[in-house]
Design a protein around this ligand. Structure first.
Ligand code: UD1
Ligand code: MG
Length: 459
């Protein structure tokens, strides 16, 4: 069914105690509002209209996209007033689905249930709450038909005992909306134009009212405080972990796992505790990720092992590599198959050929490394002259002795050996030993300096 989506996102979120508009706070690495927009897009709606207000232009500036219409609600006079601001933007032939920017985990599945089929009716997303405090209560008659929604602040003691609560999300017939919204009044406990009052108006007009239930309760949980945001983050992460476990991934602890994007895994992937995956991450079959790794926008080939405390950002790691512990792979890095990058090694914007190794305390930046190269402990590329970056080329089967500085631009030719402790400023020829070390000398009869005797006062 064709729908318009209106996302209410004008509120301040006082209880967040933050200068940032509430809907821009992040859950799983993404603004709350971005989650809602993603669920809305799954419906392929006619329009997606975001009503913003608190925080000035921050919301449209952060979320700008070709398919989004932003409408400013200058004063937050209530949910009914907010929807009214969006009205001129809506396609009158399609129904209108109202979502909340601070209810981030609403699923596309539940939304599809809300818009399924066709009809002139009004549909409310409601749920049975163990503790319905804070929610508007759903009023029903003896036959179970909905007769209205009463806000908690306006409810009688008896009405407050009702457990069925209004999630706030609803589907409305757009053609009737203008008339209903113009009839709302703000004579209530909060002095606001309540969207929920359209229910009574719909009944007066003989419009059918149906309710839909969400698939899971966390879907309709709103964020009003940092506490609720943290709880919802954990609910999201546990759900993500559960899906991975179901698909065959071995997670050491689903309670100590964080996904901020999309993670796709081959068969028999093992992930130890406290790892964070960001953006688009793909792990080939049999990949093992050690504890406390952060991996972002990266593809890792089959059988590779990432040892603990490793950080990988925008890289391509081949098959059967070993990286870490304590390694840092920075953007634009490609490791071919069977590469070993060891502890305290940093690699940036470099390609490293098959079977090459840099196992200890190195910096490899802006470098092209061939196959079967060994970069000795403590060796670094000096890629930056203070103004510009320069490239280093290390051809196949080169051996770089420990504590070497390769001052770029420089090329080490195929099969060359660089003596330990060298500073290489000119190209090194193929198959030769090149070294720039000062000759070692020993001085016989040399005496270590001795401590001068202390002169004590008064003596
Ligand atoms: C609303 C519902 C209540 C429901 C509850 C669920 C009304 C009158 N009440 O109450 O029945 O149980 O949500 O959480 O609708 N907003 C605007 N502009 C405004 C006012 C609100 O954009 O002028 C946005 C808020 O940012 C928020 C959403 O609308 O995303 C809901 O507003 P809120 O003030 O939280 O409504 P509740 O009092 O919780
Ligand atoms: Mg609320």
């Amino acid at each position: 069914m064709a729908v318009n989506v209106v996302i209410l996102a004008a509120g301040q979120g006082k209880r967040m105690n933050s200068a940032l508009p509430k809907v821009l706070h992040r859950l799983a690495g993404m603004p709350l509002l971005a989650h809602v927009i993603a669920a809305a897009r799954a419906l392929k709606p006619r329009r997606i209209c975001v009503v913003y207000g608190y925080g000035g232009e921050q919301v449209p500036q952060t979320m700008r996209a070709g398919d989004l219409i932003f409408v400013r609600q200058k004063q937050q006079l209530g949910t009914g007033h907010a929807v009214k601001q969006a009205l001129p933007q809506l396609d009158a032939r399609a129904d209108t689905l109202v979502l909340y920017g601070d209810v981030p985990l609403i699923s596309a599945g539940t939304l599809r249930k809300m818009v399924a089929g066709r009809g002139e009716g009004l549909r409310l997303l409601t749920a049975q709450f163990e503790n319905p405090a804070g929610y508007g209560r759903i009023l029903r008659n003896a036959r179970g038909a909905v007769t209205g929604i009463v806000e908690e602040k306006d409810a009688s003691a008896e009405q407050r005992r009702i457990h069925e609560g209004n999630t706030g999300l609803m589907l409305l017939p757009t053609k009737r909306l203008a008339a209903w919204l113009s009839r709302l009044s703000n004579r209530n406990a909060q002095g606001e134009y309540y969207l929920t009052d359209v229910v009574a108006l719909a009944l007066q007009d003989g419009v059918r009212i149906a309710t839909v239930a969400p698939k899971a309760l966390w879907e309709i949980q709103g964020v009003n405080s940092q506490q609720q945001l943290a709880e919802l983050e954990r609910a999201y992460q546990f759900e993500a972990a559960r899906r991975l476990l179901d698909s065959g991934v071995n997670l050491a602890d689903p309670r100590r796992f964080d996904l901020r994007g999309d993670l796709r895994c081959g068969r028999d992937v093992r992930i130890d505790i406290n790892c964070v995956f960001e953006g688009d991450v793909r792990l080939g079959a049999g990949v093992e990720i050690g504890a406390n790794c952060v991996i972002r926008n990266t593809t890792i080939g089959a059988g590779s092992r990432i040892a603990p405390f490793t950080m990988i950002d925008e890289a391509r790691i081949g098959a059967r590599c070993i990286v870490g512990p304590f390694a840092r792979i920075r953007p634009a890095t490609t490791l071919a198959n069977e590469v070993h990058i060891g502890n305290f090694v940093e690699v940036k914007a470099s390609t490293i050929g098959q079977g090459s190794k840099a196992n200890h305390l190195s910096y490899v930046g802006d470098t092209q490394v061939g196959r079967k190269v060994n970069v000795g402990a403590g060796s670094i590329t000096c890629n930056y002259d203070g103004a510009n970056k320069h490239r280093t080329v290390i051809e196949d089967e080169v051996f770089i002795g420990s504590n070497t500085q390769l001052v770029a631009p420089v090329t080490v030719r195929r099969g060359a050996t660089i003596g330990a402790g060298s500073t290489i400023t000119k190209d090194a020829p193929a198959n030769q030993l090149t070294l720039s070390r000062a000759r070692q000398i020993s001085i016989a009869n040399w005496q270590r300096p001795r401590k001068a005797a202390k002169v004590t006062k008064g003596k």
